[in-house]
Ligand binder design. Structure first.
Ligand code: ADP
Ligand code: MG
Length: 679
């Protein structure tokens, strides 16, 4: 399509780089200019087109300057009103002119009216549009008319027609009663007047259904293809020997919940198979994922392989190290620690143990990604709080394990529960296990919303809790604009609370402390020697101190839902009733109010995630902008669940029996974006 460089540039701003992109730039809505309604008979509250002659035209100034015209068509009179207008319009819409208006009719003070309609001067008997008028998403400097024209030209291009060939096998088309691909595309750009505008607008029309299906199918195909490619690699066979694992279970102070047992069985079965496991273990905060990870690691170790567990923060990694060492050392299993904060000599010692295989389990942070880290025989890599790591880090770890021909198995854990439709789509390249119950004996956390000016009540509460031997978290506000300011706030809060509670030991933990300082404070808190811990959001993930039963979160309105849920999950870990107080500052924005309402009403992480998804949409929810996952443009996971299932089944069918069509379908929809999915 021959367009100027400046138009080209505008098109690329819309994500249109090829002829195919152009024809897949589908309308966001439609206007129906294919027929006229008589004024006296036109329905209110929906967009309609009418035609009439201007019988009156005046500029009134009450309450503000506006152009008001009366239009008559023999069946009735309608007021056309412009609140913003050019002087020239007064002349253009002179008495006696015939106009066609498109807009919504409302009942006004002076009878029915249209405010700011689309208005065009016409000759009597001028023909009507023969198809619904598409409205496209566009960008500054590119008018609707020009864009529509470029797309119309594109659709006539011979090359384009070729690009519209069918990629879905006849069998699948029949099974799901799908409309043809090229028919659908053409219909959406130029729907004939007989099509239901309602179905087009709500995207329930068969043509939309087909486009959504194809989009979902492309996603499923590329994800499943990637999944199959990984399955074609070899991984160590790690059999369930029940030796170390049973020893650990015997020495634990608790029984696994049936949910924990079920997911461990799923993981255990995968480990014993000769291709790399790619499993996501989901479980709400406090559901007990660590013990499941420990059992999986022991299964690897039982087979003479090493296991690694990686956490996103030093505090969390340290805590895993302490906990896992306590569990594993009685079994004679060697645990090594690796973090960026280690001194050179200690680090070298750790690296030596990892390469020689003396270290059977390695616990650490991002440092585990570094080039110098070479395992003797890594059998299983576990990534805790997976959502905190970028996609690229996932990739790095996969490469790391691949020094031999054997790829390590991989277990990812996440406490941000992913709603089912999301995991069926964006996580279709992973197997998913879910822990869906909490260990017994927990009492639910009671959440209280308190305006910032009622702090005194909270002070009394803290006194009471500590007198009863309980412990308290005080979480300082998140200040995204400035880390320095956040630190300052935390230090001031700490000093203030120390004065307020002279009889208590108050601790402070924040991101700027050294690894050792953090560990010391956390240990004191864990041992109960610190009763009140002032913290920044560094404690958000994973920290486990069951005796803490009260949490105060300042400026909760600034935090995201999953963050609040994670923070709140730090309490309610013992049998004692726990309370989480969310302090907020007024006035609340609309979105902040909605978030606080959700966190107040729900305690179940899955429900909170669902609400979060609804408030933010999948892009934000997944943080996909950073990770580069191509987002769905047409399909709506909430609305199109049935199509998602159909696409899932069809993808398997096509990969098995129509691999060539599958490749063409992926190329059509994802082009070079398919690469991102290979991560
Ligand atoms: P998360 O899933 O958030 O990582 P953790 O693994 O830290 O949760 O477990 C939370 C707490 O529950 C820990 O103190 C852990 O020892 C305890 N726990 C885990 N499983 C059980 C169980 N089956 N019964 C009782 N306590 C459990
Ligand atoms: Mg955890």
């Amino acid at each position: 399509m021959p367009v100027s460089a400046s138009v080209q540039e505008k098109l690329s701003r819309l994500g249109i780089h090829s002829a195919l992109d152009l024809i897949l730039h589908l309308p966001i809505r439609y206007e129906d200019e294919t027929h006229l309604f008589p004024i006296g008979d036109a329905p209110q509250g929906q967009t309609v087109q009418i035609e009439g002659v201007i019988v009156n035209n005046e500029v009134v100034v009450r309450p503000r300057r506006q152009l008001v015209c009366q239009v008559e068509d023999g069946s009735g009179i309608l007021v056309m009103r412009f609140l913003n207008f050019y002087g020239s319009q007064i002349k253009t819409y002179a008495v006696g002119k015939r106009v066609r208006l498109l807009g919504e009719i409302r009942g006004g003070f002076f009878g029915i009216e249209m405010v700011h309609p689309k208005c065009r001067i016409v000759r009597e008997g001028e023909s009507l549009a023969d198809s619904m008028t598409p409205v496209y998403a566009t960008t500054a400097g590119l008018t609707q008319n020009i864009l529509a024209k470029i797309i119309r030209q594109g659709l006539q291009d011979a090359q384009t027609v070729q690009a519209l060939t069918e990629t879905v096998p006849e069998k699948i088309i029949r099974k799901y009663r799908l409309q043809g691909f090229s028919d659908s595309v053409l219909c959406l750009h130029r729907p004939s007047p007989e099509e239901s505008i309602e179905a087009l607008q709500t995207r329930t029309h068969p043509a939309w259904r087909r486009i959504k299906f194809d989009e979902l199918l492309a996603q499923q195909l590329s994800m499943r293809l990637h999944y199959r490619q990984r399955r074609s690699r070899s991984a160590p066979v790690l059999q369930q020997k029940n030796r170390l694992t049973n020893q650990l279970l015997a020495q634990l102070g608790f029984e696994l919940t049936s949910s924990q047992f079920k997911v461990y069985e799923e993981i255990s079965r995968d480990l014993a198979i000769a291709y790399p496991m790619q499993r996501l273990l989901q479980g709400d905060v406090g559901s007990g994922k660590t013990i499941v990870a420990a059992l999986a690691a022991l299964q690897a170790i039982d087979n003479g392989f090493q296991a690694a567990i990686m956490a996103p923060t030093e505090i969390l990694a340290e805590q895993h190290f302490v906990k896992l060492s306590a569990w594993f050392e009685p079994l004679g299993v060697q645990v090594a620690w690796l973090s960026g904060g280690l001194k050179k000599k200690q680090k070298q010692a750790a690296l030596d143990k990892i390469i020689s295989g003396t270290a059977q389990l390695v616990v650490g942070t991002h440092a585990l990604f570094q080039v110098q880290v070479t395992f003797q025989q890594l059998g299983l890599a576990i990534i805790d709080e997976q959502h905190r790591f970028g996609v690229h880090q996932r990739l790095a770890l996969r490469i790391k394990g691949a020094q031999s021909d054997l790829m390590p198995h991989q277990l990812m854990m996440s406490a941000t529960p992913i709603p089912r439709t999301l995991s069926m789509s964006y996580f279709a390249d992973l197997d998913v296990s879910a822990i869906d119950e909490l260990p017994p004996g927990r009492s639910p956390v009671v959440t209280k919303l308190i305006a910032d000016n009622r702090r005194d009540e909270i002070i009394a509460r803290i006194h009471r809790a500590c007198q009863q031997g309980r412990q308290v978290y005080w979480v300082c506000p998140l200040i995204e604009e400035s880390e320095a300011l956040q630190l300052q706030t935390a230090v001031e809060t700490f000093q203030h609370l120390r004065k307020t509670f002279p009889e208590l030991n108050v601790g402070l933990v924040h991101g700027r402390l050294s690894q050792q300082e953090k560990a010391e404070v956390m240990l004191l808190f864990k041992q109960g020697k610190v009763q009140l811990l002032v913290a920044t959001t560094v404690i958000e993930v994973g920290v486990d101190v069951p005796n803490a039963s009260l949490m105060v979160i300042e400026n909760a309105e600034r935090m995201g839902l999953s963050q609040l849920h994670q923070l709140r999950g730090r309490v309610g870990r013992g049998s004692e009733a726990s309370v989480c107080i969310l302090l907020f500052q007024q006035p609340l924005s609309e979105i902040a109010r909605k978030r606080l309402k959700v966190i107040f009403e729900y305690t179940d992480g899955f429900e909170i995630a669902r609400q979060d998804l609804r408030l933010r949409g999948p892009g934000e929810f997944l943080g996909a902008r950073q990770s580069g996952i191509p987002m769905l443009r047409f399909a709506d996971l909430e609305q199109d669940g049935e199509l998602l299932k159909a696409a899932q089944d069809s993808a398997n069918e096509m990969l098995n029996n129509y691999p060539e069509l599958a490749q063409r379908h992926i190329a059509r929809w994802l082009g070079d974006k398919a690469e991102y999915l290979r991560v």
